[in-house]
Design a protein around this ligand. Structure first.
Ligand SMILES: NC(=O)c1ccc[n+]([C@@H]2O[C@H](COP(=O)([O-])OP(=O)(O)OC[C@H]3O[C@@H](n4cnc5c(N)ncnc54)[C@H](OP(=O)(O)O)[C@@H]3O)[C@@H](O)[C@H]2O)c1
Length: 364
């Protein structure tokens, strides 16, 4: 049997580590041909010693991908820096297991057009989108009434405005369920992560954003649901683990012969669902607003949010002020009618970062 050749982008991060765990578990199925990192050269050196046949790079990812001969690229890069590597993978005709949600948020239609041209398949890795993708394979997608994205809600779900005002960086970096990189962990606490995922789902599944709902589900056991036109619902459940969507993406279109996660125990299982509070967590409704406003507004939303999160992590911005920076940037004109090109995406990204930085400056 031919091994699947895998490029792991962002190999030193949380998604990268989980990907490598799955590969370590099935060395007869997969061969690592490329590993990438950004700043963490020590961790990359350790991986280079473990996977001596893989090329290891911290720059020139797009070129390395094209030369790698990979069948599948797993994109676990955090932030807008993942966009160009996603295009490089798709343009080289390899399949793309996409954890980097920013790719879909910034350039969803462009990357899907590129994939259609080269025959590359894009397989979502965000647990919600992975669940929906695999549920949709089983039934006619024309009968989808709405997609229900579940959200754990992060650590501050029950906090009052007064408590939110006192949140520290350390508080925000502890997620009740998931161990993830710092940016997505803060985004989970503000619900910006759910906002990005709503946009990602609208673009990935080509549905109007009105058909995508977010539901607070504290247990993270139901990964997402589909309500069909006949009123029935389908959901995917498992113990919370990113290994499930990664395993599904790595083996796609086949299924893994065994699982790295324990079976769900029904002996004492409670599942609860609640409506998210848009007033205390305004970054969620702002994402809907951005998606409705025009194709470049989500680029501005993401860029403004990344800039604000960086300031929060550096102790320069209080937690409740994050949403205000994004709202200020979204209130500018991001050319609702403009044609979406890669150049327009990067130009909007740069302008929105600069607009957010100016706002941070005036806030002192
Ligand atoms: N973690 C999860 O459970 C999870 C779940 C669903 C979706 N996601 C998505 O997956 C992506 C990665 O999240 P994560 O939690 O794994 O992040 P992370 O732990 O912070 O890891 C990020 C990885 O990307 C690399 N990187 C950062 N900036 C880069 C740049 N500009 N160019 C190239 N490489 C860069 C980092 O390299 P260095 O280590 O060398 O800095 C690291 O390997 C995000 O888009 C996130 O939203 C994550």
């Amino acid at each position: 049997m031919m091994k699947k050749r895998v490029a792991v982008l962002g190999a030193t991060g949380s998604i990268g580590s989980s990907t490598l765990d799955i590969i370590r578990h099935a060395p007869e199925q997969f061969e690592v041909v490329l590993l990438t990192a950004y700043r963490n050269s020590a961790a990359l050196q350790e991986l280079a010693a473990e996977f001596p046949r893989a090329r290891c790079v911290r720059a020139g990812i797009a070129a390395a991908l094209k030369e790698s001969g990979a069948d599948l690229a797993v994109n676990g890069i955090a932030g807008a820096g993942g966009l160009d590597p996603s295009f490089a993978a798709v343009e080289a005709g390899m399949d793309l297991a996409l954890a980097n949600k920013e790719t879909m948020v910034m350039a969803g239609s462009l990357i899907q057009e590129a994939a259609a041209r080269t025959g590359s398949r894009i397989i979502p890795v965000d647990s919600e989108h992975s669940a929906l993708f695999h549920l949709l394979l089983a039934q006619n997608r024309r009968t989808v009434a709405e997609l229900l994205l579940t959200a754990s809600g992060g650590p501050f779900l029950d906090y009052t405005h007064e408590q939110l005002a006192k949140v520290s960086v350390q508080d925000a970096l502890v997620h009740p369920t998931w161990k993830m990189g710092p940016v997505i962990t803060v985004n989970a606490a503000t619900l910006a992560n759910k906002g990005l995922e709503v946009i990602e789902a609208a673009r990935f599944f080509r549905l109007p954003v009105e058909k995508i709902k977010a539901l607070i589900h504290r247990q993270s056991t139901v990964h997402s649901l589909i309500r069909w036109t006949d009123g029935s619902l389908c959901a995917q459940l498992s113990v919370p683990s990113m290994r499930l969507p990664l395993q599904k993406a790595l083996y796609y279109p086949d299924s893994a012969p065994d699982s790295l996660i324990p079976p769900l125990n029904f002996d004492n299982l409670t599942l609860s669902f609640e409506k998210p509070d848009h007033e205390r967590f305004p970054l969620l409704p702002l994402a809907y607003q951005a998606e409705r406003a025009g194709p470049l507004y989500p680029v501005a939303y993401n860029a403004a949010n990344e800039t604000a999160v960086e300031a929060f992590l550096q102790g320069r911005l209080p937690f409740p002020a994050l949403a205000g920076v994004v709202a200020h940037v979204l209130a500018q004109d991001w050319q609702a009618g403009a044609a979406v090109t890669r150049e327009a995406v990067w130009e909007t990204d740069a302008k929105a970062r600069s607009c957010a930085a100016q706002r941070l400056f005036t806030l002192g």
